[in-house]
Design a protein around this ligand. Structure first.
Ligand SMILES: Cc1cc2nc3c(=O)[nH]c(=O)nc-3n(C[C@H](O)[C@H](O)[C@H](O)COP(=O)(O)OP(=O)(O)OC[C@H]3O[C@@H](n4cnc5c(N)ncnc54)[C@H](O)[C@@H]3O)c2cc1C
Length: 450
């Protein structure tokens, strides 16, 4: 296998495989892969894939490994891991078509910084700034600014893909319109490494909005906060970001960072940002929102630059804090925005019913909740049973409200059973048929998604 990549620093076999490939925050039963490869270019990817195809070896792509559903994790054992993190070149910026061409291993943070330095903007903004663009495309990552700007899907113009037998294909292109057959690019976005390996991506960028302002709205309880989310949206306001944070989530982040959130009253918060090119218009929008929510809020703070940075840092670190401080399971359910309040209320009913502590945070503006269920003092055996009882109830409600198991993290390994449970079986069959057509030997990331 060493012949596939000549540089021995970029191939790890058997016992040489570094620890980071063998541990995961969300999956306990990681199994040792056969080998890990770190290709530098598409030709090397093709070589590895052709060898794996000929020898019936399963393959799992990996970006930065921040995936939240175990999609990048070897659970069968004996797979090839194709780690694309060294294909991390920003290749070209085309200011005529407003596109940025990158390798799949470039970090989101690097893309954001690079384009912002040149007066442009790449809107997708998952909390995990150290994730790769290839990973973002493969999970159709969402993040904070999806409400106004959409998800990663909306910012992929084209991509190069290597199929399971080593065939190379370019999907998408620079035309604005495309009614020429099936949209294969969109099919690959969010496919979690099950259909092909992305080796290059042409991203859409936009001019950077000149100004932004953020505000915090504090509430006595989470139900009042969710009612307010709906009232802001149905009055036609379109914030860049509209995040809901329960106090307990903020407390974890505060104690992790040893910093205080700018508002210290109430039990739930909305953290919102408005951006645009006209500062006066932004300020007057904020004042209109303030009047609209006056009766519901117990605190309304328009943040200066330093507090804005602090508030968003606390938001971005909730998950890191939870990983560091406690044991939990994170959900990623999404419901139509008019059902958001009902869904949050239901998580609190389940808290009482199952005696499992629940906290919610997430992208409230687009109906996406990260419900966190905390293991606390339950033994492993008890937790195993209780979490299933809780999740059975929760996903039945998600289905009843017209929602989905995942808004942005994907299905991967950990959400598979619930995805299969609440998704129309005809749709699953179509997905299986597509997978079979593109990867008949089932070599690319098997056991994931379905
Ligand atoms: C603290 C934290 C905060 C997060 N916040 C958000 C958030 O706000 N929004 C959000 O959407 N997600 C969030 N996530 C989840 C995660 O960061 C995203 O799913 C991210 O897109 C994964 O990127 P990655 O590079 O780490 O990919 P990996 O974890 O390495 O892989 C994820 C999936 O992509 C596939 N893949 C990776 N690269 C390729 C490639 N080149 N070709 C084909 N398949 C590939 C893998 O096989 C796997 O299925 C968060 C995670 C953490 C830890």
């Amino acid at each position: 296998m060493h012949h596939l990549i000549k540089d021995t620093n970029r191939v790890f076999i058997g016992d040489q495989i570094p620890e980071k490939y063998l541990i995961d925050n969300n999956v306990k039963n990681v199994n040792r892969p056969k080998a890990v490869f770190l290709p530098l270019n598409e030709d090397e990817v093709v070589e590895i894939v052709k060898y794996a195809h000929t020898n019936d070896i399963k393959m799992i792509c990996r970006g930065a490994g921040t995936g939240a559903v175990g999609s990048q994790v070897p659970v069968l054992g004996d797979e090839f891991i194709i780690d694309l993190s060294l294909m991390n070149q920003i290749k070209s910026l085309d200011e005529e078509t407003l596109t940025l061409t990158v390798g799949p291993g470039v970090l989101l943070e690097e893309v954001q910084k690079y384009v912002e330095n040149k007066g442009y903007f790449y809107p997708p903004d998952p909390g995990s700034k150290m994730s790769t663009i290839g990973g973002n495309v493969s999970t159709n990552a969402g993040g904070m600014r999806a409400l106004k700007y959409g998800t990663t899907r909306n910012y992929v113009r084209s991509m190069n893909v290597v199929l399971s037998d080593g065939t190379k294909v370019k999907l998408g292109g620079l035309t604005i319109k495309d009614s020429s057959g099936y949209d294969l690019k969109d099919l690959f976005i969010g496919s979690e490494g099950t259909l092909g390996i992305i080796t290059e991506i042409q991203l859409k960028i936009i001019p950077k909005p000149k100004h932004q302002k953020s505000m915090i709205l504090a509430f006595n309880n989470v139900v009042e906060a969710t009612d307010t989310v709906l009232s802001i949206l149905k009055n036609g306001f379109m914030p860049t970001a509209l995040e809901l944070l329960e106090k307990e989530a903020v407390l974890y982040s505060e104690s992790f960072l040893k910093q205080k959130f700018p508002s210290q009253v109430g039990n739930a918060y909305i953290l919102a940002t408005i951006d645009g090119n006209d500062l006066k218009e932004i300020e007057s929008t904020i004042l209109v929102i303030k009047q609209l929510v006056e009766k519901q809020v117990i605190d309304f703070i328009i943040l200066d630059e330093a507090d804005e940075k602090l508030a968003w840092m606390i938001r971005d670190n909730i998950l890191y804090a939870l990983y560091a401080l406690t044991q939990f399971e994170m959900l990623d359910e999404v419901v139509p925005i008019n059902q958001f309040g009902k869904m949050i209320r239901y998580t609190k009913e389940l808290q009482e019913k199952h005696k499992i502590e629940v906290l919610n945070f997430g992208h409230a503006g687009d109906g996406n909740i990260h419900t966190i269920i905390l293991k606390k003092d339950y033994s492993d055996e008890t937790w195993k049973v209780k979490r299933v009882e809780f999740l059975d109830d929760l996903y039945d409600k998600v289905k009843e409200l017209g929602g989905l198991v995942s808004a942005e993290h994907g299905i991967g390994y950990t959400k598979k059973s619930y995805f299969l449970k609440i998704t129309d079986s005809n749709k699953i069959e179509i997905m299986r048929a597509i997978k079979n057509a593109l990867d008949p030997k089932n070599l690319l990331n098997p056991t994931k998604v379905f």
